[in-house]
Unconditional design. Structure first.
Length: 95
């Protein structure tokens, strides 16, 4: 059961990881108007910004799928393996 908890916590931090990748070292960022700056990102920073938005959108569905699988009595090892697979694939999209 600890693996599920770790997986859910790791999934919770994926958007912040992508945001840090997008903003780290970026010139011209201002907290007063962050959206125009983020819209102007290109290359790997732009992809990291898109990954951040996608991670925030996908996370509730990920949690729902994991909880539904656990409540319906699915094989715990298989669910945990699929959780790890989803986290790895989601993390690979940030770079």
């Amino acid at each position: 059961m600890l693996g599920f908890k770790i997986g859910l916590v790791v999934a919770a931090f994926l958007p912040w990881l992508a945001a840090i990748c997008a903003k780290a070292g970026g010139a011209g960022f201002t907290n007063h108007e962050p959206r125009p700056w983020r819209a102007s990102l290109s290359g790997w920073r732009g992809r990291a910004n898109a990954a951040q938005a996608n991670a925030f959108e996908a996370r509730p569905f990920f949690y729902a799928a994991v909880l539904l699988a656990l409540w319906s009595g699915a094989d715990a090892l298989r669910v945990q393996s699929l959780m790890i697979y989803w986290i790895v694939i989601s993390s690979a999209g940030t770079h």
